[in-house]
Design a protein around this ligand. Structure first.
Ligand code: SF4
Length: 92
């Protein structure tokens, strides 16, 4: 485990809580964005998490307060922009 992962809000949490389209933690599609933001709200390592998600092209999971669907209709640009914005937030 990397140092930033040890400081994550979700450290020790059930990883299934971050997969919003599968039981037992399935969330209706319209609520997945707000749920993702709520899960990661206040996490001190969101920037690292966003960069890591981009590096590994993560899908089907919440990362850095962003729900990344496994199947995205159309280009993935919106999700990538949201993750990049989070990744750069600490340099503002
Ligand atoms: S931003 Fe969210 S998914 Fe990423 S480490 Fe923090 S709590 Fe976990």
């Amino acid at each position: 485990m990397l140092r930033w992962q040890e400081e994550a809000k979700c450290a020790g949490d059930d990883p299934g809580r971050y997969v919003l389209d599968e039981e037992p933690h399935r969330v209706p599609p319209a609520q997945r964005g707000p749920q993702a933001r709520a899960l990661c709200d206040g996490c001190p390592v969101r920037a690292f998490c966003a960069a890591d998600a981009l590096d590994h092209d993560d899908i089907g999971v919440v990362r850095a307060g962003v729900w990344i669907p496994a199947v995205i209709p159309g280009p993935r640009g919106a999700v990538q922009r949201a993750l990049l914005a989070e990744a750069h937030r600490r340099w503002r």
